[in-house]
Ligand binder design. Structure first.
Ligand SMILES: [Zn+2]
Length: 254
């Protein structure tokens, strides 16, 4: 983990601005300032709050990045128009949060809402959490990008901008990958919609960069594939207003 880098950034900011508190949104299960487990960052039982406070002299608040993003979208972005919001970040993994009647729901000992580790395929792909067939192995945006990179024989280092240009050129050659991704995403998401019956579903993370090809087919798939327990005429599924910055904005208000 780039702990030294975080300290360096905070200390540089301290030279320019005057502030007492620092908010950090990070992937993983976080309780009382300690990162209990962050499977995609390979961190376990790490009291980042104590360490950062010692190194910077500032009060530090740490929260799961998806929860931070949901807070930002609820206070300042798209979620503020709804009471009950199902929020997901589709990035390297899948983060989740649920806002019920304006409040962020959380478990007692853990923050919970780990939608990414809901199993959607028995004996499926091995996840970093140790289980097999987790939702994020199929519907994280990284899973989608990887398949396209491999199909088109591109470098894993390709920028998002260049990848989207290649996708445009590839046209129908990647249509089956898009369909497969939407099927998996619709399966997991419809399970969550059946559980929570939200007013809206807001999706953040890297997904926002690909929503122009994914969002509408996803909505149609969920509405027209007998996936919903309570059928709907329509469903609000939108990209997060602040995209990848939502977690950072939310961390400033925790
Ligand atoms: Zn998992």
């Amino acid at each position: 983990m780039q702990f030294g880098y975080i300290v360096e950034i905070i200390n540089k900011l301290k030279e320019k601005y005057e502030f007492e508190k620092f908010g950090l949104g990070m992937a993983g299960s976080i309780s009382k300032g300690t990162v209990l487990k962050s499977v995609n960052l390979g961190i376990k039982e790490y009291n980042i709050t104590e360490k950062l406070e010692k190194e910077t002299g500032l009060k530090v608040n740490v929260k799961n990045d998806a929860k931070c993003a949901a807070l930002a979208e609820y206070k300042f972005g798209k979620c503020k128009n709804y009471k009950n919001v199902l929020f997901l970040t589709l990035g390297t993994g899948i983060g989740g949060a649920y806002i019920y009647n304006g409040s962020l729901m959380e478990g007692s000992n853990f923050e919970g809402f780990e939608f990414g580790h809901m199993i959607i395929k028995e004996n499926g792909l091995l996840c970093n959490c140790g289980k097999k067939g987790c939702f994020e192995k199929y519907a994280g945006i990284l899973a989608f990008k990887r398949k396209i990179i491999e199909r088109l024989g591109l470098s894993y280092e390709i920028s998002g901008h260049d990848l989207r240009a290649e996708m445009k050129k590839a046209g129908d050659k990647i249509l089956d990958i898009q369909e497969e991704y939407i099927n998996d995403l619709a399966l997991g998401l419809s399970n969550l919609i059946n559980i929570f019956e939200p007013d809206s579903v807001i999706i953040g993370g890297g997904f926002a960069r690909y929503d122009y090809i994914l969002l509408e087919p996803l909505k149609q798939k969920i509405l027209n594939s007998n996936l919903l327990f309570n059928p709907r005429e329509d469903i609000v599924i939108e990209s997060a207003e602040f995209g990848n910055d939502a977690g950072m904005i939310g961390a400033s208000i925790i």
